[in-house]
Write a protein that binds this ligand. Structure first.
Ligand code: THU
Length: 156
């Protein structure tokens, strides 16, 4: 078996469409809503739905560490509760590192990849994911499911 994943790299946000740049700005603005007193690592996420509605979210930590939730799963929950039935076309993820290291885009954690997989299963449509930095370096995956090959499913 051979699994191929296509990831497109950009060095500046200006290389993306104006809609994607707008969605990146929303994810960046969400960084200030992060509750991350334990890691000081803020993550912002945003989504654009098929009806063009946008939503944002951020990581929400807890003194009982495993209770904390990542930005991606926050925004997925917001979208599916506040815009029930609307599929997600695009998700953006951005972060702010307390050490000031912003050279590479964030790679979503495994739990978030599984949550994204569930969303694409629910909506029966692919989702584009834009992993970016505040300074412009960006990775785009047209099918976010590609980030979790051989994902768990109850379908046999
Ligand atoms: N985090 C996210 O929000 N998304 C990810 O994909 C990985 C990590 C958060 C969790 C925690 O609040 C902080 O980043 C540091 O791990």
């Amino acid at each position: 078996m051979k699994i191929n994943i296509e990831i497109t790299e950009y060095s500046s946000h200006e290389e993306l469409s104006s809609k994607d740049q707008e969605l990146i700005a929303i994810a960046i603005s969400q960084l200030k809503t992060s509750h991350s007193p334990y890691s000081n690592f803020s993550v912002g996420a945003s989504v654009r739905l098929e009806n063009d509605k946008t939503w944002g979210g951020s990581n929400q930590e807890n003194s009982s560490y495993p209770v904390g939730i990542c930005a991606e799963r926050v925004v997925l929950s917001v979208a599916s509760t506040q815009s029930k039935g609307q599929s997600i076309d695009t998700m953006v993820v951005v972060y702010s590192d307390p050490k000031g290291n912003h050279s590479l885009p964030l790679a979503p954690c495994g739990m978030c990849r599984q949550a994204i997989r569930e969303q694409t299963f629910r909506q029966k449509k692919t989702m584009k994911i834009i992993l970016t930095t505040k300074h412009g370096k960006t990775l785009v995956v047209n099918n976010a499911d590609d980030l979790l090959p051989l994902s768990f499913t109850l379908e046999r």
